[in-house]
Design a protein around this ligand. Structure first.
Ligand SMILES: N[C@@H](CCC(=O)N[C@@H](CS(=O)(=O)O)C(=O)NCC(=O)O)C(=O)O
Length: 209
């Protein structure tokens, strides 16, 4: 460390990485790319998939936020205590991909009617995560086993974004509200969530790059 991350000036999907690293007292060096330099410069062509984020801890550079997050999960031991728990953590993260996709559509492609439909359907999208918490010590623990995972930070990021986009939208999800409150209260993570880097970072870009 400091862990080198290259991305744009928005929360997703690097905010989960920031939360994970901050909670572990780790630092990161972030190269923030502007839309102009991205569209006119050589960087895009040099990226494996023509996209960001990337993580340049070693050669070759690591791309795809899920691969980066899973690498951090393995690095810090946030991937369950055994292979079965690791598979369950993957199941949680993969389940979140669907919610992220719906949420992206909400941000980038729908009108007011679409937004209303999204929040109508949201309880159904979030129910699996409530079920997981109930199944694991009635919500008094994490999703999987007795330890935080990289998926925990990702759901926290997702739920915090929802609270920015629609304050109160979690009020009918007490377990998830408690989950957000307990994770957000972890001292190092609490300090990061109160920091200008987090507070001043937009939930989503004004328009997709
Ligand atoms: N699945 C990829 C998605 C990467 C991606 O879509 N990156 C966008 C930025 S963002 O949508 O994630 O904010 C990008 O590089 N866009 C620029 C481009 O595609 O030229 C990941 O998670 O890393």
């Amino acid at each position: 460390p400091p862990y080198p991350i290259v991305y744009f000036s928005t929360r997703r999907p690097c905010e989960t990485m920031h939360m994970l690293l901050a909670d572990q007292g780790q630092s990161w060096k972030e190269e923030v790319v502007t839309k102009e330099s991205w569209l006119q410069g050589p960087l895009k062509a040099s990226c494996l998939y023509g996209q960001l984020p990337n993580f340049q801890d070693r050669d070759p550079t690591l791309y795809k936020s899920n691969a980066i997050l899973r690498h951090m999960g393995r690095t810090f031991g946030f991937y369950g205590k055994d292979q079965w728990e690791a598979a369950l953590v993957d199941m949680v993260k993969d389940g979140m991909e669907d919610v992220h996709r719906h949420c992206s559509q909400l941000i980038y492609r729908t009108n007011e009617e679409g937004k209303a439909k999204y929040f109508q359907e949201m309880p159904g999208h979030l129910k699996p995560f409530e079920t997981l918490l109930i199944q694991n010590k009635e919500g008094k623990a994490f999703f999987v086993g007795n330890q935080i995972s990289f998926a925990s930070y990702n759901l926290l990021d997702l739920l915090l974004n929802h609270q920015v986009l629609a304050p109160g939208c979690l009020d009918s999800h007490p377990l998830l509200l408690t989950y957000v409150a307990s994770l957000s209260d972890r001292p190092k993570l609490k300090a990061y969530l109160a920091s200008p880097q987090h507070v001043n970072c937009p939930v989503h870009k004004a328009q997709k790059i």
